[in-house]
Design a protein around this ligand. Structure first.
Ligand code: G3P
Length: 218
């Protein structure tokens, strides 16, 4: 299972990259705005900076257009920033058309804002490289987000779809562990749940005892 970080914060991306477990980055307009990035030139420069840190992993850059012609224009511009840019396209009618266009032109896409198995089937049929079902936001409305991941993984396996299931909107370490059990291809999450995976009180207790006993050998 690949680990992507879901942030546009360069320090967090660098920290996850230095941990040695980072396979890619996902961003969205909310995450970019949170970093205070304004204007087309700064947006492009920021994506370039992310791609410079994560040179060998996919970096999702989201379009903000909603009609076919504008999505295509914007996506083609984003794809020129770096070879590892993946154009993130919302699950809307013109988005599906654009995903098909990008697939035909060898531009990889990540279909975002997916909340049902039906939407995931359309994304795969159109040729998306990744499909992004949002687990946490489904949980927020009392719907089991992990069940959706399970359904999509099963459907893609039965039909041999090549689209990778990228579990998004991850809120805590159990989401990551359950995604691994279900067989999600990728998880994308903020730095905190990744670092929380490291923690176990018995590790801390065990380490301090080992270090204490090691002093007896000095
Ligand atoms: O990038 C999409 C997704 O991961 C957003 O997560 O926490 O805003 O629901 P969240």
């Amino acid at each position: 299972m690949k680990f992507f970080i879901d942030t546009a914060n360069l320090k967090e991306i660098q920290e996850a990259h230095e941990l040695g477990i980072l396979d890619g980055v996902t961003t969205n307009p909310s995450l970019m705005a949170k970093e205070g990035i304004k204007g087309k030139a700064n947006i492009i420069a920021h994506y370039k900076a992310i791609c410079d840190i994560v040179k060998h992993g996919d970096v999702s850059a989201e379009v903000i257009s909603t009609d076919f012609a504008s999505i295509v224009k914007e996506g083609e511009e984003l794809a020129k920033i770096a070879p590892n840019i993946v154009v993130k396209v919302p699950m809307i009618k013109d988005g599906v058309k654009a995903i098909k266009y990008f697939a035909d032109h060898k531009i990889p896409t990540n279909c975002t804002l997916v909340f049902s198995a039906g939407q995931a089937i359309l994304a795969a049929k159109a040729g998306a490289k990744y499909v992004s079902p949002f687990i946490g936001r489904l949980d927020d409305v009392s719907t089991n987000g992990l069940s959706l991941i399970e359904d999509i993984v099963n459907i893609y396996e039965v039909h041999g779809f090549q689209t990778e299931v990228l579990a998004a909107s991850i809120r805590h370490p159990m989401h990551i562990i359950e995604c691994a059990k279900i067989g999600a291809d990728v998880v994308t999450c903020p730095l905190t749940p990744i670092l929380q995976l490291l923690k176990h009180p018995l590790t801390d207790v065990g380490l301090s005892k080992f270090l204490e006993d090691a002093k007896k050998m000095e």
